[in-house]
Design a binder for this molecule. Sequence first.
Ligand code: FCB
Length: 448
Amino acid sequence: MKRSDFGPDFVWGTATASYQIEGAWQADGKSPSIWDSFSHTAGKIKTAETGDRACEFYTRYEEDLDLMRSLHLPHFRFSTAWTRILPDGHGRVNQAGIDYYNRLIDACLTRGIEPWLTAYHWDLPQVLQDRGGWKKRSILEPFEEYLSVLARYFGDRVKNWMVFNEPMAFTGLGYFAGVHAPGLWGPWNFFPAVAHVALAQGRGGRLLKNLLPQAQIGTTFSNSWIDPASDGWLDQQAALRLHAVMNRLYLEPLLGLGFPNDDVWLKPWIDFHLKSGDEKDMVFDYDFIGVQLYTREKARFSALTPLVWADIHKASLRGVKHTEMDWEVYPQAIYNILKFYHSYGKIKKIIVTENGAAFPDSVVNGRVHDADRTAYLKEYMGQILRARQEGVPVEGYMIWSFMDNFEWAEGFRPRFGLVHVDFDSQKRTVKDSGLWFSDFLSGRNANV
Ligand code: FCB
């Protein structure tokens, strides 16, 4: 496998998110986001850490982009913090926040790095959460205002946009399971959030495309390939339900198919929060779809989990190779999911906007020998190539992540980076996987 097998226009890069890397949580007029509040609440983050400093990317971005360029990484996905740009959630624009992202975008472009901007990677302004956040339809106006402000200030230079990062992850974990910000749980929180996020997903894409007709407008989805844990009927049905919730829930309304209403019975509960005409408003033909996948899960019937009646048989308990997140290493999952997206016959372009692995890396004599990560990346890339050769329009691959960062409720322990970060000294060390990927991109290790 070599870079040219993927074609000359294939997009290669790494992905990050504002809260996970920036730090500077109170700098230059930024207001608190739901992740600042959540991480500052005792018991919410496993390691009791916060993103207050994180990778200090807010002040270190120039050196980090120098490193990125030296590794020949041509595309960089980052997100903007709504709280830096509109500290009150809407209304007053904070010029210091605009200036920061202008500097960041310009710093990318002067280094020949193409910026990919995610508008919403989970850090909702706390002031908007105080008014109900995604549970309330009234979130749509400030969200659209935020998108318009981004387009107005950055649209002259940013050509690749993503509206959402993983709607199912932030509503599932934040409004159903309560383990991510804002820490709400239960169907009565989840269903209204799903309704409004699905609406914002369609409307937001359309809005950005109208404002920036020349740009590539996308949005991203979380995915796991789901197999049943056994051949038994109960587990097979559980797998179908889990697949519907984890992989189809936000995709199908976008494609004009409405919320899934076959394997799971959620649609009436979501529709309850919608108005007539909303279903049409949710549909938008994005320029590209961002597919994000790390693993496959094995589903079992469970009488204890309402709505989906399924739970996940963890990889460590199954005795299979897994990462620090207890996610199975199963490269074929990405091939399967790409084929699945293609099977709708409606998606013109797919970019894999996240994929990667956390392993317990350590720096030894100035090196990080993370052979497991290199193997993981190679194998998943091979499966992407296979899908591409079979006609799936997958045109990019971004590794999560450029550097180790704040992994949400897990704290700093899981290290996903191609670059190791010592969070005390903030020293960066390129891991062997980063060197390998760099060589792959520059054609130095042609056949891997
Ligand atoms: C994804 C998130 C990203 C990161 C990776 C490991 O679900 O989008 O921020 O946490 O998982």
